[in-house]
Design a protein around this ligand. Structure first.
Ligand code: DO4
Ligand code: MG
Length: 296
């Protein structure tokens, strides 16, 4: 079962239920439950709540989902990033491919990456505040003071205030590899800057995913008519469980509005690859859709 946040000129941000290629307005059907996105993340049995509201929502005319998948423009309906007040955190070095890439790029061999890959405590860092996040079709950015930039396609978790896993989406942890490789203390600068995080296009309710390990992630970077890079991995390759990452994130922390957690990348392009302005990054998890962002 899939939801999306979208913008309607005149009425503003809405929460929709996606059925086939149609989006129905859930808040119009059941304002008390679906009027507040933060409140929704804390609710138990979301799939049952959505099913009930969907009955009512279908009686109101829906919108075409493909028509929403356009460059954001306040004058036109379009998809929004699937968050409102939530911080975005990220886990790192959760796949062998990421550990190897970090060690190779690191100026001093990066043995700490190997240690964290095997340690009980995962690497967790604050990736973005909501106003630093862009949604589908909006531009992501590469730092102008960096010469080596990559997309990091990641499964993203939407987690409620009590640590309950509510839904999945796609995240792009856009990163600067030369700044990260120069010195580990530069990590926040390699990771956190305007336009360094995109999320979307939809929210797949966790209750409707029987086995998360079966999800796959595909990345493709289009450069003009060419595909500059493509790669694929599966969540089954992740070293840690989602429950483990969530439980460390919630240690000594409170997230009253819930939180988004990116779970790490398992796809790293070869060292000679860097993102360029004008590229289009596409990340697909078939059950969630394709998160597409041009680079500027
Ligand atoms: O330690 C650096 C960050 C690694 C990361 O973001 C990832 O593995 O996805
Ligand atoms: Mg990452």
């Amino acid at each position: 079962m899939k939801l999306c946040r979208y913008w309607m000129p005149g009425t503003g941000a809405r929460l929709g239920f996606i059925e086939g290629s149609t989006v129905y307005d859930l808040a119009a059907a059941e304002r008390e439950i679906f009027g507040s996105f933060s409140g929704l993340l804390g609710r138990a049995h979301l799939d049952a709540l959505v099913s009930q509201a969907a009955q009512k929502a279908r009686s109101v005319t829906g919108l075409s989902y493909p028509d929403l998948d356009v460059v954001p423009d306040p004058a036109k309906p379009h998809l929004l990033p699937p968050l409102t007040k939530q911080e975005v955190w990220a886990a790192g070095v959760t796949y062998l491919r990421s550990r190897d890439a970090r060690m190779e790029e690191s100026k001093d061999g990066g043995s700490f990456y190997d240690k964290v890959y095997h340690a009980a405590r995962p690497e967790l860092f604050l990736k973005a505040t909501p106003d630093r996040v862009v949604g589908p079709n909006a531009s992501i950015r590469i730092r102008k003071d960096s010469n080596w930039n990559v997309p990091e396609p990641e499964l993203a978790l939407l987690i409620g205030p009590s640590g309950n896993l509510a839904a999945f989406t796609i995240g792009n942890d856009v990163s600067s590899r030369d700044i990260e490789g120069e010195n580990p203390l530069y990590l926040p600068q390699a990771k956190v800057y305007l336009g360094s995080c995109s999320l979307g296009p939809s929210l797949l309710l966790a209750d409707s995913v029987p086995d998360v390990k079966k999800l796959t992630i595909e990345l493709s970077v289009r450069r003009g008519a060419e595909v500059a890079f493509s790669g694929r991995t599966s969540i089954a390759q992740m070293k840690r469980t989602l429950g483990d990452l969530i439980s460390y994130l919630f240690r000594e922390q409170e997230f009253p509005y819930g939180v988004v957690l990116l779970t790490g990348t398992g796809i790293v392009p070869p060292d000679e690859f860097t993102l360029m302005a004008g590229d289009v990054v596409q990340i697909t998890i078939p059950e969630i859709g394709t998160l597409r962002n041009p680079v500027c």
